[in-house]
Design a protein around this ligand. Structure first.
Ligand code: M6R
Length: 369
């Protein structure tokens, strides 16, 4: 049932192009517009929404952090993202005009379930993004957008994450479409780009051998740091989470702009630091800033592992290891930038002799608070 792979995780990483394509299937019509009939919250109701609040845990929370950038950019609706376990305990401000999005692969995560129950008690509408048909979270929500990743067996979430991102982009674009905000050339272009993205994920998977070799060479390290900016920041958090749960290594993700506010003190000779570099096109200010960050850490001895778009030559002089990813629009980059980090963590876990599919102390679905 592992389809020839040693681990479910490897199989699930390999299934990502299909999972992404399946999650888009039937949701974009021939005119290039979105048809999300499953979102059973009416267009007039969606036009009334004045705040989006995303609740989730772990990897699904990272998908939510990325969704915030897309939702605010494409819809101009303020969006908050909160760890489901913190949400209801701080008495959040919610009402009938708040749209709460609960993201969960399993649909059974107790923290997320309790957060959505709290939101509904306040009169908010809840949209679930979920991978498991008929599970508790979609059953208790007002609407659901299913991700079509297929069953995810490995404890470490991979293909579910990519499909959660796709679903989040779809919701953001749909909200933009329904509300007429910024609906136009940019959104249409993004929908076209999304339709191509599964091929880009496929191309990343074809080039992972050097990433595996690099991971094996780092098996004796104690710490790996991850840096990113903009949507690359949640990608850095996700890379660090994968490494913690699979390789049992100390791993932390930082917003690169925070370096000089503390984390740069951690940099020492030969410390591996993975840097997710935004596209030099579009938001070039961000790109230039991160190139300076790479220089700063390298000057202090860091071993830089740079994930950058094909054709980005500015990073070359400062990259001890360079991992290329296809050119994508900035907001969609997490779909390709996360993949090498999954492969990296999986290979490090294997090199360290860890159980890949069943990491110690963890359960696939956390059904207690
Ligand atoms: O089933 P869920 O998406 O609600 O699960 C949320 C987290 O428990 C989950 O993403 C966890 O962080 C994964 N093990 C990460 O790989």
């Amino acid at each position: 049932e592992k389809g020839g792979y040693d681990y479910f995780m490897l199989k699930e990483i390999a299934e990502q192009p299909k999972a992404v394509a399946d999650t888009l299937l039937g949701r974009i019509d021939t005119s290039g517009a979105l048809t999300l009939d499953e979102v059973r919250i009416s267009a007039p109701e969606l036009r009334e929404v004045d705040k989006v609040v995303i609740v989730a845990c772990g990897t699904a929370f990272h998908a939510g952090l990325i969704a915030k950038y897309a939702i605010e950019h494409w819809t101009r609706i303020p969006c908050e993202v909160e760890l489901a376990s913190e949400f209801r305990y701080r008495d959040p401000i919610l009402d009938a005009r708040s749209l709460v999005i609960a993201i969960s692969q399993s649909g059974e995560t107790m923290d997320t379930l309790m957060a959505l129950r709290h939101a509904r008690e306040q009169g908010s509408r809840v949209l679930a993004i979920c991978n498991t048909n008929g599970s508790t979270i979609p059953r208790e929500s007002d609407a659901v957008l299913y991700t079509h990743a297929g069953p995810e067996v490995a404890v470490a979430s991979t293909k579910a994450f990519l499909t959660q991102l796709v679903a989040c982009y779809l919701v953001a674009l749909y909200l933009g479409q329904v509300r007429g905000t910024k609906w136009g050339d940019e959104i249409r272009a993004v929908i076209r780009d999304l339709a191509e993205i599964s091929g880009a994920v496929e191309r990343v998977l074809e080039t992972m051998e050097p990433v595996r070799a690099l991971a094996r060479s780092l098996a004796g390290k104690k710490t790996v740091l991850f840096l990113g900016r903009h949507v690359g920041y949640p990608v850095a958090l996700e890379g660090a989470l994968k490494l913690k749960e699979l390789a049992y290594m100390h791993a932390e993700g930082f917003a690169a702009g925070e370096l000089k506010h503390g984390p740069i003190a951690l940099i020492e000779d030969d410390l591996p630091v993975v840097v997710v570099v935004p596209s030099p096109r579009g938001r070039s200010v961000l790109h230039d800033k991160i190139v300076s960050n790479i220089q700063e850490i390298r000057a202090r001895g860091a071993r830089t592992i740079v994930i950058a778009e094909e054709g980005d030559e500015a990073v070359v002089p400062y990259a001890d290891h360079l991992i290329r990813i296809p050119v994508t629009p900035t907001l969609l980059q997490p779909l390709v930038a996360t993949v090498p980090l999954q492969v990296f963590a999986c290979e490090l876990a294997t090199a360290r002799g860890n159980e890949v599919d069943q990491p110690r102390n963890l359960a696939k679905s956390v059904t207690v608070e």
